[in-house]
Write a protein that binds this ligand. Structure first.
Ligand SMILES: Cc1cc2nc3c(=O)[nH]c(=O)nc-3n(C[C@H](O)[C@H](O)[C@H](O)COP(=O)(O)OP(=O)(O)OC[C@H]3O[C@@H](n4cnc5c(N)ncnc54)[C@H](O)[C@@H]3O)c2cc1C
Length: 418
């Protein structure tokens, strides 16, 4: 049994944990950082996601963070020494004829432009002229700065860079408890070792509420993921990624020719059994939507389906910032399916908080304390996507999040009925 001493201990070796470690070491090479990962780095949501680096279509309160992240993605090679298939393909947020879809596309373009993200509205003729393979859309918000990258490559590359910069990254190291004594964190890992650190960063993804719970706070996380599939390779033609406003089509083509597809609604996943099942009916429906939007893909065969375990919160906004109970503890989780793009920005913000105690990036919408107050309203998208079963699995009463106290929040325990 040994004691490992660090300035900052990070729980979770996903994208957020690895970027935080890299940013801390780049900014202060004397700062001792240890990352504790129960499995291998980037194997959870960070490694299985769709790979969209979309700035547009976010809550306006997230745009400053997304823009900070985009600036880092655009210099990825400089940070990690490899491009991880980063490609500024642009992104189309496309509306069919329904008036509310058109209004959403217009709002998306307007909000992006208001934050300096170049987004333009294209009508049916404009879409047909540029992307004749795309069918059935009346209007789209076109964001040329949006990009994609290969999630399987990114987190391991960031972890390698963080290690090269001096981070101690420990895989197969599950954190089983943590407490603060005399201003120092004592973090217990399975097997008996202890990490002693001045600051603790909780970036444990869908498992993060468990860590927050050890410090008397929580958040009503629903673990879920969008169903995804990939086709066999077809000749490359599909340059921007495409997202239908109603979520029925979210697709991009890799340079190697495979088409990666995601679709809403998301399905519940199980962070205890480590399972993210995909309902075959959703895959079939998504195939139909895809072929109607991109008829050229009619002959493409689906070769693999999967999903992942991501933390969703009722207001569809993440938790990012200091603990409400414990000095020196910081949380960042609950990215609601949007965290891949935010990753480097979150790492930079957490490094700000750890090293300076504040960040220039606005975080006022993301405090963990908003749940303790019990007044968090469910976002319309959350209500639409998560059925009673998903909410019950997450221990959230369907009658309203306002009644969900910390005692009810958190993860189902092993063996407990779903
Ligand atoms: C199927 C899918 C598609 C998505 N598509 C997109 C997309 O296109 N664009 C986008 O921006 N976002 C997307 N997302 C969201 C994005 O993947 C996540 O927001 C992001 O990866 C979260 O990163 P993270 O590091 O917080 O979490 P994770 O990647 O889940 O990492 C958390 C880590 O903590 C570890 N951990 C947990 N508990 C402990 C413990 N007790 N001890 C030690 N380690 C622990 C876990 O093993 C895990 O590796 C998608 C998500 C999914 C699931």
């Amino acid at each position: 049994m040994s004691v490992i001493r660090a300035d900052t201990a990070i729980v979770g070796g996903g994208l957020m944990g690895c970027w935080t470690a890299l940013m801390l070491r780049r900014r202060d090479p004397a700062h001792r950082v240890v990352v504790l990962e129960k499995g291998v780095v980037g194997a959870q949501a960070s490694g299985v996601n769709f790979g969209n680096l979309r700035i547009q279509g976010r809550h306006p309160g997230q745009l400053p963070l997304a823009i900070r992240a985009a600036a880092i993605w655009e210099r990825l090679g400089e940070f990690v020494g490899e491009d991880c298939e980063f490609d500024a393909t642009g992104h189309l947020y496309a509306a069919r004829d329904a008036a509310e879809e058109v209004a959403k596309a217009e709002k998306t373009a307007r909000e992006a432009a208001a934050h300096g993200v170049p987004a333009t509205l294209l009508d049916r003729a404009g879409l047909a002229a540029r992307w004749p393979w795309l069918k059935g859309f009346r209007m789209a918000s076109w964001s040329a700065r949006d990009a994609v990258a290969n999630p399987r490559l990114v987190t391991p590359a960031v972890a390698r860079a963080a290690r090269a910069a001096g981070t101690d990254i420990r895989e197969a190291t599950r954190v089983v408890g943590a407490a603060q004594a005399n201003g120092r964190f004592l973090v217990e890992v399975a097997g008996g070792d202890t990490v002693e650190a001045g600051q603790l960063v909780n970036v444990a993804g869908a498992w993060a509420p468990e860590i927050a719970g050890w410090f008397g706070e929580g958040a009503p996380v629903v673990p879920a993921g969008p169903p995804q599939f990939v086709t066999d390779a077809v000749p490359y033609f599909m340059r921007p990624s495409v997202q239908a406003v109603d979520g029925s089509v979210i697709a991009r083509q890799t340079r190697q020719g495979q088409v990666v597809v995601a679709g809403y609604p998301r399905g519940a996943s199980d962070p205890i059994a480590n399972r993210a099942p995909v309902d075959a009916r959703r895959t079939l429906a998504a195939m139909g939507h895809l072929v109607r939007a991109v008829p050229r893909l009619r002959g493409a065969a689906v070769v693999r389906v999967w999903s992942g375990i991501e933390a969703y919160l009722p207001d569809m906004l993440p938790v990012i910032g200091p603990s409400g109970t414990t000095q020196g503890l910081f949380h960042a989780f609950g990215f609601c399916g949007h965290g891949f793009q935010l990753g480097p920005g979150v790492g930079a913000v957490l490094a700000d908080l750890v090293l300076l105690g504040r960040s220039e990036t606005p975080l006022s919408l993301f405090p963990i304390t908003r749940f303790a107050a019990g007044e968090v309203a469910q976002a319309e998208q959350f209500r639409r996507e998560f059925d009673a079963r998903s909410l019950a699995q997450a221990g959230i009463a369907q009658t309203g999040i306002a009644q969900t106290g910390i005692a009810q929040v958190g993860l189902r325990q092993p063996g407990q009925e779903a």
